[in-house]
Design a protein around this ligand. Structure first.
Ligand code: ADP
Ligand code: MG
Length: 232
């Protein structure tokens, strides 16, 4: 049986233009299987965030080809790239990027409502997502009242809220203590698994990598190793 590929990079390079052009990725080829939990690791400046930005359609490759869920992102018009981000990708950031003026449930509902659901249904669905992530009773709290772990679980609920099949998380545990980070990663993993969705997580946390299906190591913008972790 062949496993479907969720994200495919073929000889992808990225050069940031400027007075001194910066080569962030060089000839990156990789396949992320659908339904997998893949971790990207590597030193600071190795191109991890760039790789996520390209996969998420936030930026464009300078060379090579990127395909996500069977869609080719190369040369997509800006409007179609926006629709791709909205409909297929959920982002989770190190600094949460929640709106402080909205309650947790409304932060999630905002993403859910982008898909045309009426407000009442969007809020109901968002409450369900927050409960799934263990935030029962916290849905009316605003981000400043939430702990770091609660904020990140809210952000994960938001990323899942759009029904995205691909979740891209950039150092999601970097601002959390190690215990909270482990709980947040477990919540993300369970939510991904339950949906058969795909997660690509940039992380320095070796324990996150230990729980991954695949680990991609980047050094100086190149993939240096492709390890298939054996599940216990
Ligand atoms: P990482 O996430 O692994 O720390 P990045 O993908 O952020 O690495 O960066 C890879 C390289 O690209 C670094 O040398 C960084 O300085 C450079 N870089 C990242 N973003 C930009 C940008 N918008 N403009 C110019 N250079 C950038
Ligand atoms: Mg980064």
């Amino acid at each position: 049986m062949t496993t479907a590929v969720a994200v495919r990079f073929a000889a992808v390079s990225k050069v940031y233009a400027g007075p001194v052009p910066v080569r962030a990725l060089t000839d990156v080829t990789l396949e992320v299987p659908e339904g997998s939990f893949t971790v990207i690791e590597g030193p600071s400046g190795s191109g991890k965030s760039t790789l996520l930005a390209l996969a998420g359609g936030l930026d464009r490759a300078s060379a090579g080809s990127i395909e996500v869920l069977g869609m080719c992102l190369d040369g997509l018009a800006e409007r179609r790239l926006r629709a791709y981000r909205r409909d297929h990708v959920g982002f989770v950031f190190q600094d949460f990027k929640l709106l402080d003026v909205l309650s947790a449930v409304d932060n999630v509902a905002l993403a859910v409502a982008l898909h045309g659901l009426p407000t009442r249904e969007a809020r109901a669905r968002s409450r369900g997502l927050l409960e799934e992530l263990g935030l029962n009773g916290r849905s009316e709290a605003h981000p400043p009242e939430l702990s770091g772990g609660e904020k990140q679980r809210t952000a994960i609920a938001r990323a899942l809220g759009s029904g995205a099949r691909v979740i891209l998380a950039d150092e999601p545990t970097a601002n959390l203590d190690s215990h909270t980070g482990a709980m947040v990663m477990a919540a993300l993993r369970n939510a991904i698994c339950a949906r058969g969705a795909t997660a690509i997580v940039v992380s320095h946390d070796l324990r996150v990598a230990a729980g991954a299906d695949h680990v991609v190591r980047l050094t100086d913008g190149r993939v240096v190793d492709w390890t298939e972790e054996v599940h216990a």
